[in-house]
Design a protein around this ligand. Sequence first.
Ligand SMILES: *Cc1c(COP(=O)(O)O)cnc(C)c1O
Length: 399
Amino acid sequence: MPDDHAPKATQGFATRMSHAGRAGTRAHGFVNPPVHRGSTVLMPSAQARRDFAKDRFNRVMTYGTAGGPTHYALEDVICEIEGGTRCVLVGTGLAAVTVPLMAYLKTGDHCLMPDSVYGPARNIANGLLAQYGVATTFYDPTIGEAEVAALIQPNTKVVYTESPGSHTFELQDIPAIARAAHARGCTVMMDNTWGIHNFMPFEHGVDVSIQALTKYVGGHSDVLLGSITTNTEEDYLKVRTAASQMGHFAAPDDCWLALRGARTMPVRLKHQEQSALTVARWFENRPEVQRVLHPGLPSHPQHALFTRDFRGSCSLFGVVLQPAYTEADMFRLIDSLKLFGIGASWGGYESLALPTTGFITRTATSEDLGGQTMRIHIGLEDVADLIADLEQGMATLPR
Ligand SMILES: *Cc1c(COP(=O)(O)O)cnc(C)c1O
Protein backbone atom coordinates (compact mmCIF):
# COMPACT_ATOMS: atom_id res chain seq x y z
CA MET A 1 0.00 0.00 0.00
CA PRO A 2 1.47 3.34 -0.94
CA ASP A 3 2.28 5.90 1.72
CA ASP A 4 0.03 8.39 -0.01
CA HIS A 5 -3.43 7.94 1.44
CA ALA A 6 -4.26 11.51 0.52
CA PRO A 7 -7.94 11.68 -0.36
CA LYS A 8 -9.01 12.77 -3.82
CA ALA A 9 -11.41 15.62 -4.45
CA THR A 10 -13.63 13.31 -6.50
CA GLN A 11 -14.21 10.97 -3.54
CA GLY A 12 -17.20 11.10 -1.24
CA PHE A 13 -17.08 12.64 2.21
CA ALA A 14 -17.01 9.35 4.13
CA THR A 15 -14.20 8.03 1.94
CA ARG A 16 -12.15 11.16 2.51
CA MET A 17 -12.81 11.04 6.28
CA SER A 18 -11.55 7.46 6.26
CA HIS A 19 -8.36 8.21 4.35
CA ALA A 20 -7.29 11.73 5.34
CA GLY A 21 -4.68 12.08 8.08
CA ARG A 22 -3.64 8.45 8.26
CA ALA A 23 -0.17 7.40 9.43
CA GLY A 24 0.95 6.11 6.02
CA THR A 25 4.22 4.21 6.39
CA ARG A 26 5.43 6.37 9.25
CA ALA A 27 3.97 4.19 12.02
CA HIS A 28 5.27 0.68 11.22
CA GLY A 29 2.09 -0.16 9.33
CA PHE A 30 -0.36 0.88 12.01
CA VAL A 31 -3.37 2.60 10.43
CA ASN A 32 -3.57 5.50 12.84
CA PRO A 33 -0.96 8.13 13.61
CA PRO A 34 0.33 7.74 17.15
CA VAL A 35 -0.05 10.40 19.83
CA HIS A 36 3.15 12.43 19.80
CA ARG A 37 3.26 14.10 23.19
CA GLY A 38 6.15 16.37 23.87
CA SER A 39 7.81 19.66 24.59
CA THR A 40 11.50 19.09 23.67
CA VAL A 41 12.38 18.13 20.12
CA LEU A 42 16.04 17.12 19.77
CA MET A 43 17.92 18.67 16.83
CA PRO A 44 20.58 16.81 14.84
CA SER A 45 23.02 19.73 15.10
CA ALA A 46 23.37 23.33 16.29
CA GLN A 47 23.12 24.54 12.70
CA ALA A 48 19.91 22.56 12.20
CA ARG A 49 18.52 24.26 15.30
CA ARG A 50 19.15 27.65 13.68
CA ASP A 51 17.74 26.63 10.27
CA PHE A 52 14.64 24.90 11.64
CA ALA A 53 13.67 27.83 13.87
CA LYS A 54 13.17 30.04 10.80
CA ASP A 55 10.54 27.75 9.37
CA ARG A 56 8.44 26.81 12.34
CA PHE A 57 4.99 27.21 10.74
CA ASN A 58 5.80 24.82 7.92
CA ARG A 59 5.56 21.53 9.72
CA VAL A 60 9.14 21.60 10.86
CA MET A 61 9.18 20.11 14.32
CA THR A 62 11.15 22.46 16.57
CA TYR A 63 9.26 22.45 19.86
CA GLY A 64 5.99 21.04 21.19
CA THR A 65 4.04 24.26 20.69
CA ALA A 66 4.91 24.32 16.98
CA GLY A 67 2.94 21.08 16.59
CA GLY A 68 3.80 17.53 15.63
CA PRO A 69 2.54 14.60 13.58
CA THR A 70 -0.72 14.18 15.51
CA HIS A 71 -1.56 17.83 14.86
CA TYR A 72 -0.65 17.60 11.18
CA ALA A 73 -2.94 14.60 10.70
CA LEU A 74 -5.90 16.40 12.27
CA GLU A 75 -5.16 19.63 10.38
CA ASP A 76 -5.36 17.67 7.13
CA VAL A 77 -8.67 16.13 8.16
CA ILE A 78 -10.19 19.51 9.07
CA CYS A 79 -9.07 20.98 5.73
CA GLU A 80 -10.86 18.05 4.03
CA ILE A 81 -14.04 18.79 6.00
CA GLU A 82 -14.12 22.52 5.24
CA GLY A 83 -12.37 22.68 1.88
CA GLY A 84 -9.55 24.92 3.15
CA THR A 85 -5.82 24.70 2.63
CA ARG A 86 -4.32 25.28 6.10
CA CYS A 87 -5.67 24.88 9.60
CA VAL A 88 -4.63 26.08 13.06
CA LEU A 89 -5.69 23.92 16.01
CA VAL A 90 -6.42 25.46 19.40
CA GLY A 91 -7.54 24.11 22.75
CA THR A 92 -11.25 25.03 22.59
CA GLY A 93 -13.88 26.16 20.12
CA LEU A 94 -13.97 29.46 21.95
CA ALA A 95 -10.23 29.97 21.36
CA ALA A 96 -10.96 29.39 17.66
CA VAL A 97 -13.37 32.35 17.91
CA THR A 98 -11.07 34.68 19.86
CA VAL A 99 -7.71 34.03 18.13
CA PRO A 100 -8.71 35.29 14.65
CA LEU A 101 -10.49 38.31 16.18
CA MET A 102 -7.29 39.21 18.05
CA ALA A 103 -5.25 38.50 14.90
CA TYR A 104 -7.16 40.84 12.57
CA LEU A 105 -8.25 43.69 14.89
CA LYS A 106 -6.21 46.43 16.54
CA THR A 107 -6.89 49.60 18.52
CA GLY A 108 -9.14 51.97 16.57
CA ASP A 109 -10.65 49.23 14.41
CA HIS A 110 -14.29 48.29 14.11
CA CYS A 111 -15.92 44.87 13.88
CA LEU A 112 -19.39 43.76 12.77
CA MET A 113 -20.98 40.84 14.61
CA PRO A 114 -24.41 39.24 14.08
CA ASP A 115 -26.82 39.77 16.97
CA SER A 116 -27.42 35.98 17.02
CA VAL A 117 -23.74 35.24 17.64
CA TYR A 118 -22.55 32.56 20.08
CA GLY A 119 -22.70 34.27 23.50
CA PRO A 120 -18.97 34.08 24.40
CA ALA A 121 -18.11 35.78 21.06
CA ARG A 122 -20.25 38.71 22.19
CA ASN A 123 -18.41 38.62 25.52
CA ILE A 124 -14.95 39.09 23.98
CA ALA A 125 -16.29 41.88 21.73
CA ASN A 126 -17.70 43.71 24.76
CA GLY A 127 -14.77 42.67 26.97
CA LEU A 128 -11.17 42.32 25.78
CA LEU A 129 -11.74 43.81 22.31
CA ALA A 130 -13.45 46.88 23.83
CA GLN A 131 -10.67 47.08 26.42
CA TYR A 132 -8.11 47.26 23.61
CA GLY A 133 -10.07 49.97 21.81
CA VAL A 134 -11.89 47.89 19.19
CA ALA A 135 -15.54 48.86 18.66
CA THR A 136 -18.17 46.29 17.67
CA THR A 137 -21.57 46.85 16.08
CA PHE A 138 -24.06 44.02 16.45
CA TYR A 139 -26.23 43.68 13.36
CA ASP A 140 -29.46 41.95 12.44
CA PRO A 141 -28.19 38.59 11.10
CA THR A 142 -30.78 38.51 8.31
CA ILE A 143 -29.71 41.73 6.53
CA GLY A 144 -28.43 41.67 2.94
CA GLU A 145 -25.57 43.17 0.96
CA ALA A 146 -26.72 46.82 0.91
CA GLU A 147 -27.52 46.93 4.63
CA VAL A 148 -24.19 45.33 5.55
CA ALA A 149 -22.39 47.76 3.24
CA ALA A 150 -24.11 50.65 5.02
CA LEU A 151 -22.79 49.41 8.39
CA ILE A 152 -19.18 49.21 7.21
CA GLN A 153 -17.14 52.17 8.42
CA PRO A 154 -13.71 53.24 7.12
CA ASN A 155 -12.14 51.45 10.12
CA THR A 156 -14.19 48.23 9.84
CA LYS A 157 -11.75 45.34 9.43
CA VAL A 158 -13.75 42.23 10.28
CA VAL A 159 -17.23 41.13 9.32
CA TYR A 160 -18.00 38.21 11.59
CA THR A 161 -20.76 35.73 10.75
CA GLU A 162 -22.39 32.62 12.18
CA SER A 163 -25.11 30.81 10.27
CA PRO A 164 -27.47 29.69 11.60
CA GLY A 165 -27.30 31.83 14.74
CA SER A 166 -26.71 30.23 18.12
CA HIS A 167 -30.04 29.35 19.78
CA THR A 168 -32.27 31.31 17.36
CA PHE A 169 -31.19 29.72 14.05
CA GLU A 170 -31.44 32.71 11.70
CA LEU A 171 -29.57 32.02 8.46
CA GLN A 172 -27.22 34.60 7.02
CA ASP A 173 -26.78 35.35 3.32
CA ILE A 174 -23.04 34.70 3.53
CA PRO A 175 -22.21 35.31 -0.18
CA ALA A 176 -24.02 38.69 -0.10
CA ILE A 177 -22.35 39.67 3.18
CA ALA A 178 -18.96 38.60 1.81
CA ARG A 179 -19.45 40.71 -1.33
CA ALA A 180 -20.19 43.79 0.79
CA ALA A 181 -17.24 43.05 3.08
CA HIS A 182 -14.69 42.32 0.35
CA ALA A 183 -15.69 45.41 -1.64
CA ARG A 184 -14.48 47.41 1.39
CA GLY A 185 -11.40 45.37 2.21
CA CYS A 186 -12.83 43.58 5.26
CA THR A 187 -12.05 40.01 6.29
CA VAL A 188 -15.02 37.64 6.57
CA MET A 189 -14.96 35.22 9.50
CA MET A 190 -17.55 32.55 10.06
CA ASP A 191 -18.34 30.23 12.94
CA ASN A 192 -19.25 27.19 10.83
CA THR A 193 -19.83 24.72 13.67
CA TRP A 194 -23.49 24.06 12.74
CA GLY A 195 -22.79 23.81 9.00
CA ILE A 196 -19.71 21.61 9.49
CA HIS A 197 -19.29 19.95 6.05
CA ASN A 198 -22.81 20.84 4.90
CA PHE A 199 -21.76 24.44 4.34
CA MET A 200 -18.52 24.96 2.42
CA PRO A 201 -17.27 28.31 3.75
CA PHE A 202 -14.61 29.07 1.11
CA GLU A 203 -17.05 28.48 -1.76
CA HIS A 204 -19.29 31.19 -0.27
CA GLY A 205 -16.75 33.95 0.32
CA VAL A 206 -15.56 33.22 3.84
CA ASP A 207 -11.87 33.96 4.54
CA VAL A 208 -11.49 32.43 8.01
CA SER A 209 -13.63 29.49 9.12
CA ILE A 210 -14.09 28.59 12.78
CA GLN A 211 -15.08 25.17 14.09
CA ALA A 212 -15.76 23.99 17.62
CA LEU A 213 -14.35 20.48 17.07
CA THR A 214 -15.81 19.81 20.53
CA LYS A 215 -19.10 19.25 18.73
CA TYR A 216 -19.40 16.86 15.74
CA VAL A 217 -15.74 16.05 15.08
CA GLY A 218 -15.18 15.03 18.71
CA GLY A 219 -18.69 13.62 18.72
CA HIS A 220 -18.52 11.92 22.11
CA SER A 221 -18.68 14.80 24.61
CA ASP A 222 -15.24 13.90 25.89
CA VAL A 223 -12.98 16.51 24.32
CA LEU A 224 -12.68 20.30 23.92
CA LEU A 225 -10.95 21.51 20.76
CA GLY A 226 -11.18 24.20 18.10
CA SER A 227 -9.93 24.86 14.58
CA ILE A 228 -9.38 27.93 12.44
CA THR A 229 -9.20 27.09 8.74
CA THR A 230 -8.01 29.43 6.00
CA ASN A 231 -7.63 29.28 2.25
CA THR A 232 -4.66 31.59 1.62
CA GLU A 233 -1.12 31.52 2.97
CA GLU A 234 -1.49 35.14 4.11
CA ASP A 235 -4.57 34.39 6.23
CA TYR A 236 -2.94 31.24 7.59
CA LEU A 237 0.19 33.10 8.72
CA LYS A 238 -1.86 35.84 10.33
CA VAL A 239 -3.91 33.38 12.40
CA ARG A 240 -0.96 31.10 13.12
CA THR A 241 1.19 34.00 14.31
CA ALA A 242 -1.49 35.29 16.70
CA ALA A 243 -2.16 31.80 18.11
CA SER A 244 1.57 31.29 18.57
CA GLN A 245 2.16 34.68 20.21
CA MET A 246 -0.63 34.03 22.71
CA GLY A 247 0.65 30.52 23.45
CA HIS A 248 -2.34 28.64 22.11
CA PHE A 249 -1.94 24.91 21.76
CA ALA A 250 -4.05 21.81 21.23
CA ALA A 251 -3.14 18.77 23.34
CA PRO A 252 -2.02 15.84 21.14
CA ASP A 253 -4.24 13.44 23.10
CA ASP A 254 -7.25 15.64 22.31
CA CYS A 255 -6.23 15.82 18.65
CA TRP A 256 -6.05 12.05 18.59
CA LEU A 257 -9.58 11.80 20.01
CA ALA A 258 -10.79 14.26 17.36
CA LEU A 259 -9.10 12.17 14.64
CA ARG A 260 -10.90 9.09 15.94
CA GLY A 261 -14.19 11.04 15.97
CA ALA A 262 -13.71 12.27 12.40
CA ARG A 263 -13.64 8.70 11.01
CA THR A 264 -17.25 8.07 12.04
CA MET A 265 -18.53 11.63 11.74
CA PRO A 266 -20.12 11.26 8.27
CA VAL A 267 -22.21 8.33 9.51
CA ARG A 268 -23.13 9.96 12.82
CA LEU A 269 -23.99 13.24 11.19
CA LYS A 270 -26.27 11.65 8.61
CA HIS A 271 -28.07 9.59 11.24
CA GLN A 272 -28.47 12.52 13.61
CA GLU A 273 -29.61 14.82 10.79
CA GLN A 274 -32.41 12.38 9.88
CA SER A 275 -33.44 11.80 13.50
CA ALA A 276 -33.44 15.55 14.19
CA LEU A 277 -35.66 16.20 11.16
CA THR A 278 -38.06 13.48 12.33
CA VAL A 279 -38.24 14.96 15.82
CA ALA A 280 -38.48 18.54 14.49
CA ARG A 281 -41.44 17.56 12.26
CA TRP A 282 -43.04 15.78 15.22
CA PHE A 283 -42.74 19.01 17.26
CA GLU A 284 -44.27 20.98 14.36
CA ASN A 285 -47.38 18.84 14.52
CA ARG A 286 -47.87 19.28 18.27
CA PRO A 287 -50.58 21.75 19.37
CA GLU A 288 -48.35 22.87 22.29
CA VAL A 289 -45.71 24.13 19.83
CA GLN A 290 -45.94 27.51 18.12
CA ARG A 291 -43.00 26.98 15.74
CA VAL A 292 -39.79 25.04 15.25
CA LEU A 293 -36.53 26.86 14.52
CA HIS A 294 -34.84 24.48 12.07
CA PRO A 295 -33.38 25.83 8.78
CA GLY A 296 -33.96 22.46 7.09
CA LEU A 297 -37.75 22.72 7.49
CA PRO A 298 -39.76 24.48 4.76
CA SER A 299 -41.45 26.51 7.54
CA HIS A 300 -38.14 28.24 8.39
CA PRO A 301 -38.37 31.86 7.15
CA GLN A 302 -35.03 31.52 5.32
CA HIS A 303 -35.41 27.97 4.06
CA ALA A 304 -34.63 29.23 0.53
CA LEU A 305 -31.13 30.26 1.69
CA PHE A 306 -30.73 26.83 3.26
CA THR A 307 -31.55 24.98 0.05
CA ARG A 308 -29.32 27.34 -1.93
CA ASP A 309 -26.20 27.17 0.29
CA PHE A 310 -26.36 24.04 2.48
CA ARG A 311 -26.02 20.37 1.51
CA GLY A 312 -27.78 19.22 4.66
CA SER A 313 -28.52 20.06 8.26
CA CYS A 314 -27.39 18.77 11.64
CA SER A 315 -28.98 17.76 14.92
CA LEU A 316 -29.50 21.08 16.73
CA PHE A 317 -32.69 23.15 16.54
CA GLY A 318 -35.07 25.28 18.60
CA VAL A 319 -38.67 24.81 19.71
CA VAL A 320 -40.94 27.77 20.55
CA LEU A 321 -43.89 26.82 22.75
CA GLN A 322 -47.33 28.45 22.50
CA PRO A 323 -47.38 31.88 24.19
CA ALA A 324 -49.69 30.71 26.99
CA TYR A 325 -46.96 28.57 28.56
CA THR A 326 -44.79 29.99 31.34
CA GLU A 327 -41.13 29.50 32.16
CA ALA A 328 -42.20 27.14 34.97
CA ASP A 329 -44.15 25.06 32.42
CA MET A 330 -41.13 24.74 30.13
CA PHE A 331 -38.81 23.94 33.03
CA ARG A 332 -41.20 21.19 34.18
CA LEU A 333 -41.26 19.76 30.65
CA ILE A 334 -37.44 19.78 30.39
CA ASP A 335 -37.00 18.34 33.89
CA SER A 336 -39.40 15.50 33.09
CA LEU A 337 -37.33 14.19 30.15
CA LYS A 338 -35.47 10.94 30.83
CA LEU A 339 -33.37 10.63 27.67
CA PHE A 340 -32.50 14.32 27.22
CA GLY A 341 -29.78 15.67 29.48
CA ILE A 342 -29.84 19.31 30.58
CA GLY A 343 -26.43 20.55 29.52
CA ALA A 344 -24.43 22.84 27.29
CA SER A 345 -22.57 21.73 24.16
CA TRP A 346 -23.95 19.51 21.40
CA GLY A 347 -22.80 17.29 18.54
CA GLY A 348 -22.25 14.33 20.86
CA TYR A 349 -23.98 10.95 20.80
CA GLU A 350 -26.45 11.95 23.51
CA SER A 351 -29.62 14.03 23.33
CA LEU A 352 -29.90 17.32 25.22
CA ALA A 353 -32.53 19.94 26.02
CA LEU A 354 -31.75 23.48 27.23
CA PRO A 355 -33.88 26.53 27.92
CA THR A 356 -33.16 29.37 25.46
CA THR A 357 -35.53 31.99 26.87
CA GLY A 358 -33.73 34.01 29.52
CA PHE A 359 -30.31 32.75 28.41
CA ILE A 360 -29.69 34.85 25.30
CA THR A 361 -28.71 38.49 24.79
CA ARG A 362 -29.91 40.56 21.83
CA THR A 363 -29.16 44.26 21.32
CA ALA A 364 -29.96 44.84 17.62
CA THR A 365 -33.01 42.61 17.30
CA SER A 366 -35.75 41.40 19.64
CA GLU A 367 -34.99 38.50 21.95
CA ASP A 368 -38.74 37.82 22.24
CA LEU A 369 -39.38 34.74 20.13
CA GLY A 370 -43.10 34.81 20.93
CA GLY A 371 -43.07 32.03 23.51
CA GLN A 372 -40.86 30.00 25.84
CA THR A 373 -38.11 28.53 23.72
CA MET A 374 -35.82 25.56 24.22
CA ARG A 375 -32.88 24.18 22.28
CA ILE A 376 -32.94 20.50 21.40
CA HIS A 377 -29.95 18.35 20.44
CA ILE A 378 -30.70 14.93 18.98
CA GLY A 379 -28.15 12.20 19.65
CA LEU A 380 -27.77 8.65 18.41
CA GLU A 381 -30.59 7.13 20.44
CA ASP A 382 -33.49 5.41 18.63
CA VAL A 383 -35.76 8.16 17.44
CA ALA A 384 -38.92 6.32 18.58
CA ASP A 385 -37.60 6.30 22.16
CA LEU A 386 -36.81 10.02 21.97
CA ILE A 387 -40.30 10.83 20.70
CA ALA A 388 -41.91 8.67 23.40
CA ASP A 389 -39.89 10.60 26.00
CA LEU A 390 -40.91 13.96 24.50
CA GLU A 391 -44.52 12.77 24.39
CA GLN A 392 -44.58 12.18 28.13
CA GLY A 393 -42.80 15.54 28.57
CA MET A 394 -45.51 17.35 26.62
CA ALA A 395 -48.10 15.71 28.90
CA THR A 396 -46.67 17.75 31.81
CA LEU A 397 -47.85 20.98 30.15
CA PRO A 398 -51.18 22.36 31.42
CA ARG A 399 -54.11 21.76 29.07
C1 LIG B 1 -19.73 25.30 21.50
C2 LIG B 1 -19.53 26.38 20.53
C3 LIG B 1 -18.34 27.07 20.48
C4 LIG B 1 -17.23 26.91 21.47
O1 LIG B 1 -16.72 25.61 21.60
P1 LIG B 1 -16.01 25.14 22.96
O2 LIG B 1 -15.12 24.05 22.52
O3 LIG B 1 -17.11 24.71 23.87
O4 LIG B 1 -15.26 26.32 23.51
C5 LIG B 1 -18.20 28.02 19.48
N1 LIG B 1 -19.18 28.28 18.60
C6 LIG B 1 -20.36 27.62 18.64
C7 LIG B 1 -21.41 27.94 17.64
C8 LIG B 1 -20.57 26.65 19.61
O5 LIG B 1 -21.77 26.04 19.67
